[in-house]
Design a protein around this ligand. Sequence first.
Ligand code: SAM
Length: 257
Amino acid sequence: MGNESHSIHDFDYSLICEYFASLERQGPGSPEVTVRALSFIEGLTTESRIVDLGCGTGGQTRVLAGHAPGSVTGLDLFPDFIRIFNANSQAAGLSERVRGIVGSMDALPFAEEELDLIWSEGAIYNIGFERGIREWRRFLRPGGYLAVSEASWFTESRPDEIDRFWNEAYPGIDTIANKVGQLQQAGYVPVAIFILPENCWTDHFYKPQVPVQEKFLQQHADNPAAAGLVAEQQREARLYDRYKTYYGYAFYIARKL
Ligand code: SAM
């Protein structure tokens, strides 16, 4: 967002940040799922270096840090999220081990083979799964782990409406089998894959948005961008309810060869 004059997009970003900043999570997931994904990862110690890319305000980062030894760096593009991340980490008494930094997942500020674990929940889509797993690999030490959750098709084909929605929103969505193939080709050993339960979308993501939407619309009455943002989130929730047999998030846990 730098020094350039404010464009409509900057304004949209600040609205999006404001909307999501008040939520514990900015994407589907749950503490149980974070702990389950972590259970497949071996060999972490107090010396381990863990990063959480696209961490948002860090709900899942704090769960991760509560169940894994080592230091955890959360990285997100949006300074507002990182401010909240660091305040929450301090309030949870985790600031010695858990810190948030502003940065972009396509230009990581880490050294080659520095990391023991790269974590990312519902965020790799920002640069695309295939690109992300390839570009991030060099920062992992040999034997280091990657754990990412990612939108995935459950079936080979699906109704047009949901196919169109996802191909516009994120053309990188693919079947679980194809994503496992991409991991293999990028030089990882797939260790575990599981589908996130429905409550990660309903109880932990869409339901907490309902009171936020009401307040947000009151605060931004007469702002069509705010009304549009809320309408889009509501549409997503309706589509999920209708088409959840065809897609969801899967957690992919893999080891660098
Ligand atoms: N991991 C969090 C969670 O599960 O609640 C947040 C997921 S949210 C759907 C996606 C996150 O990616 C947002 O916090 C957004 O700011 C961040 N993001 C978008 N583009 C990014 C980039 N290029 N580099 C780092 N983070 C980015």
